[in-house]
Design a protein around this ligand. Structure first.
Ligand SMILES: [Zn+2]
Length: 170
């Protein structure tokens, strides 16, 4: 068994409890996919890498200033006076942290969906709904109504063909 690389744990921790992780055909397949996501995120040639850099460096700064403006307004609306500057900074940092975390998680979730689709497991890119066994042709996710991309449609068509040839015909 391959040793687990540093950083792999962070991806797993961020994605903990995600239903899509159960859609892989085996735990080995899931681990390979997570490892690919990690490798892509640490490759300077990839978009994910620069997105990660931007997120790590830019987002907290931007969020810091935006949430500061926002919190100022909330504080003045609530009429709280003499709020400690330390408390204000803690609130701003908290908002920035939650925002960056949720952006990171969103990015990872969409990567997991791409990995599933790349392995021929049809899921909705919009909501992650498992489309296995769905009749092709409806063109839309029954869960969120998102229109399927061509590659998802193809998996659905091929999946149904496979089922027909595998099962009894009549
Ligand atoms: Zn959907």
């Amino acid at each position: 068994m391959a040793p687990v690389r540093a950083g792999f744990g962070l991806t797993s921790a961020t994605l903990r409890g995600l239903p899509e992780l159960e859609y892989f055909e085996s735990p080995q397949q899931r681990e390979a996919a997570l490892r690919e996501i990690e490798a892509e995120a640490s490759n300077p040639k990839s978009f994910d890498f620069w997105f990660g850099v931007m997120l790590t460096a830019g987002a907290p700064i931007l969020t810091f200033f935006l949430s500061r403006i926002f919190l100022r307004r909330v504080i003045s609306l609530l009429g709280v006076t003499g709020l400690d500057r330390v408390v204000e900074i803690l609130l701003v940092v908290g908002v920035a942290w939650v925002t960056v975390r949720s952006l990171h998680r969103r990015g990872l979730i969409s990567s997991v969906r791409e990995k599933l689709i790349a392995r021929g497991i049809a899921v909705c890119r919009g909501c992650g709904y498992l489309l296995r066994g769905l009749e092709p042709g409806s063109g839309r996710c029954p869960e969120c109504g998102r229109r399927f991309e061509e590659d998802v449609e193809r998996i659905l068509r091929e999946g149904n063909r496979g089922r027909e040839s595998g099962g009894a015909t009549g």
